[in-house]
Design a protein around this ligand. Structure first.
Ligand SMILES: Cc1cc2nc3c(=O)[nH]c(=O)nc-3n(C[C@H](O)[C@H](O)[C@H](O)COP(=O)(O)OP(=O)(O)OC[C@H]3O[C@@H](n4cnc5c(N)ncnc54)[C@H](O)[C@@H]3O)c2cc1C
Length: 290
């Protein structure tokens, strides 16, 4: 039986932040509920604080181009990301993964903010957003006024289910800088089915090809360590080399060495390393072919 002291659906950011400030670590933000509701039936069963439904807070939905960044509201659902023309044109690697995310029903409810704050090492939106150098905006109250700080997504993830979000803070948006001209990226989610499955491993790579050589290389891995992560060693291996088979092999080797996978019910650590190698090698060649 879940015992919740206060349920509230605030209609302004300030009101939401006031509730979060009042209840501190006894508050839970409710977005799509696809992760939280399961927690309330499990680890958070004895929550005696507040459930703050943020669905009516204005300004948290949708994708907008603002100056040299794209701003994605925290409540934007996976379905909305999948159908958004700005995402399709400028962040296709993010649109593509939405096709492999859960089922239609879950995609209609699941939000980008919830996916990141839930901080599963296998969170599907994390890898494309790491490739896109995304940052998160975190709001809290200063006195009686909302203020925001910004953090790179890499710094936001701290461990399985743990983020840099502090008590009283709300993730309001994900900010993606415009990728460099000619930047191409791909992600591969390895699971037992094409969708409706948690990743065994996910691998993403992106770069530009300039004069036949790779530049702005980015590599990201999911489900291979306590958090989704960028892989600077593999990026260094790619930088300045042609996108050929030898480069792909070398980058895959660097990524395998950086991965720290575990054995669990879905796969052994050995198999996860194998998948990182195979998929990264393939994806480097795919991106190189354009
Ligand atoms: C059947 C099923 C299939 C799934 N398949 C996948 C899959 O394929 N890939 C995948 O990555 N995930 C999958 N998930 C997990 C889940 O759907 C996603 O992680 C989803 O994006 C969570 O978003 P939400 O809006 O439902 O979050 P919620 O459940 O509402 O919240 C999740 C957590 O984030 C906090 N939170 C939410 N929004 C904010 C915010 N703006 N600021 C601060 N804290 C916030 C909540 O308090 C909670 O702790 C699946 C879940 C189910 C039930």
């Amino acid at each position: 039986m879940v015992r919740i002291e206060c349920y509230s659906a605030p209609t302004s950011l300030r009101e939401a932040l006031q509730l979060l400030a009042k209840y501190g670590d006894r508050a839970r933000v409710l977005a799509g509920g696809t992760d939280l509701v399961l927690r309330l039936e499990g680890v958070d069963r004895d929550l005696e604080g507040a459930l703050v439904n943020i669905k009516q807070v204005p300004g948290l939905v949708g994708v907008r181009a603002v100056d040299d960044v794209y701003r994605i509201g925290a409540l934007t659902t996976v379905t909305e990301l999948r159908e958004d023309p700005v995402v399709a044109e400028h962040m296709p690697v993010l649109a593509d993964i939405c096709d492999h995310f859960a089922s239609g029903q879950i995609r209609n409810a699941a939000t980008i903010g919830g996916n990141l704050v839930n901080a599963s090492p296998a969170a599907d939106l994390a890898v494309p957003l790491l490739l896109l150098d995304a940052r998160v905006r975190l709001a809290s109250l200063e006195g009686d006024q909302p203020r925001e700080r910004e953090l790179s997504l890499g710094d936001f993830f701290r461990g399985p289910g743990v983020t840099a979000l502090e008590a009283g803070e709300l993730l309001t948006a994900v900010v993606v800088p415009r990728p460099p001209p000619g930047f191409r990226a791909r992600m591969r989610k390895a699971g037992t089915r094409p969708a409706m499955d948690i990743s065994i491993v996910s691998v993403g790579v992106g770069f530009c090809v300039d004069g036949g050589l790779i530049r702005d290389a980015r590599v990201a891995l999911g489900a291979t360590a306590p958090t989704p992560l960028r892989c600077p060693a593999a990026e260094k291996t790619l930088e300045g080399r042609p996108p050929d088979a030898a480069t792909a092999r070398a980058a895959a080797q660097s990524a395998v060495e950086a991965a720290r996978p575990i054995d669990d019910v879905r796969a052994s650590a050995w198999y996860r390393r194998h998948l990182v190698r195979v998929h990264l090698e393939r994806e480097v060649l795919h991106v190189g072919r354009g």
